[in-house]
Design a protein around this ligand. Sequence first.
Ligand code: ZN
Length: 230
Amino acid sequence: MYKIFIDAGHGGKDSGAVGNRLQEKDINLSVALKVGEILKRHNVEVIYSRTTDVFVELADRASIANKANADIFVSIHSNAADNIAAKGLETFSYPNSAKGTDLAKCIQDSILQSKIYTSNRGIKTANFAVLRQSNMPSALVELAFITNVEDSKILRDKQNELALSVAKGILDYLKINYIEETKETNKYSPWAREGMLWGIDLGLTDGSNPKEPITLERVITILHRMSKIK
Ligand SMILES: [Zn+2]
């Protein structure tokens, strides 16, 4: 099972960039949590650097991911510039990391496809601490400019769409098929959801009638299907 580390940039005493009555730390956290929720439908483990408005040191963000042995590291940020005309989407990876570049490209392309951006600034490399210190392929997405009026509206009003496209980009990189949020994926008890999706993915069950009692026929059929899995 893949472990995906989602890093909401800034937090607590570090507001990140501010502009147009928005604080970067709030946008980053909101989008990061939404990305995580979407990913969790896909039989992956999601680990966050923070899930609330708290300050986390840069070095700690990478070391939490390293200790958890995460497979990929994705940091979510909003951009800022003195020039309020500056706008658009860009995604960074660490210089000379082929997998990082691939991950950055998957995320950038997915957001471009969703059309939730004003200008394509492309994928770039940068010597950011979180990219440098994380042991796994990593990318840092700057969703839009908080200092630009047009971009700030995207950051304020299009968080669900942004989160969906970031999540789809991550799934693309991991070669996991995107599962639509439906009544089907929602009908399982929260505690059973991960297991049910795992069982469906392996072909042990089609996931129907999840709350029916288990009969001898059902249990033997599941065991039989399991015995065929290499
Ligand atoms: Zn930032």
